[in-house]
Design a protein around this ligand. Structure first.
Ligand code: CTP
Length: 222
């Protein structure tokens, strides 16, 4: 079997993050982690040394990957930065953009007469943008864009705004693509071009994405 990523270190994030509100509640999202886990497995199959930083998901660890489990966006940020340096970063996790301004130490109770609750949220740090701007920036930085509308335009915007090399975009909310299914269709954008991977199983799409990353890395770090 060919091992185009032999000797390379690949850092992958996967899954959702959970942002705690109180001891029993959190804000989360519908990411299943399947795409990121498939990318980690494909990178192992390509010979890489793989670190997988996983949000709360119930998926088996791909054979040969080193897994670090986290819960919140802040924990994921810390785990990623402690796992750097790497040759490749793939940010497949659906990281919360906002987190509660504070975590209540006791369960938030409803009070008589209260017919609403306002939560104060603050921005999380953007892990992908921070990795791309880091002094020890991985040679290839790949982000994901999960979009419901204007998928390609939003993805191309993210490429520039976050300073990354590749954005893999998928449309969420339609059958056969996105968070929960076993299949996916990605449109992969770099500065020069865009092309489709799939529709196919997440495993096949991940293998194609890893081949593309390996090709890019071989050009930049022969
Ligand atoms: N991401 C990240 N840290 C965050 C938010 C997002 O690393 N705090 C990364 C994700 O892992 C993904 C990419 O950014 O690789 C795109 O995330 P997405 O939520 O689709 O886009 P946003 O940048 O949050 O933009 P918007 O909410 O406007 O779509």
């Amino acid at each position: 079997m060919s091992a185009p990523l032999a000797g390379r270190r690949v850092l992958v994030t996967a899954g959702p993050t959970y942002e705690d509100l109180d001891p029993v509640r959190f804000l989360g999202n519908r990411s299943s982690g399947k795409m990121g886990f498939a990318v980690a497995a494909a990178a192992v199959a390509a010979g890489a040394d793989v670190v997988l930083v996983a949000g709360p998901v119930h998926l088996p660890t791909p054979d040969g990957a080193h897994r670090i489990d986290v819960r919140s966006a802040a924990q994921m940020h810390a785990a990623v930065f402690s796992a750097l340096p790497a040759d490749v970063y793939v940010g497949a996790a659906a990281v919360a953009d906002f987190t509660p301004a504070g975590v209540a130490t006791s369960k938030i109770k409803k009070r008589p007469g209260e017919d609403g609750l306002t939560l104060q949220l603050v921005r999380t740090r953007d892990i992908l943008a921070d990795v791309a701007a880091h002094a020890a920036r991985p040679r290839v930085v790949v982000g994901f864009a999960a979009e419901t509308d204007d998928v390609d335009a939003n993805a191309r915007h993210k490429l520039a705004a976050k300073g990354v090399d590749v954005i893999a975009a998928n449309r969420v909310g339609i059958a056969g693509s996105g968070f929960e299914g076993d299949d996916n269709l990605l449109v992969v954008h770099d500065a020069a071009r865009s092309h489709r991977l799939g529709p196919d199983s997440k495993s096949a799409v991940a293998t194609a994405l890893v081949a593309l990353i390996a090709g890019r890395l071989a050009q930049e770090m022969p």
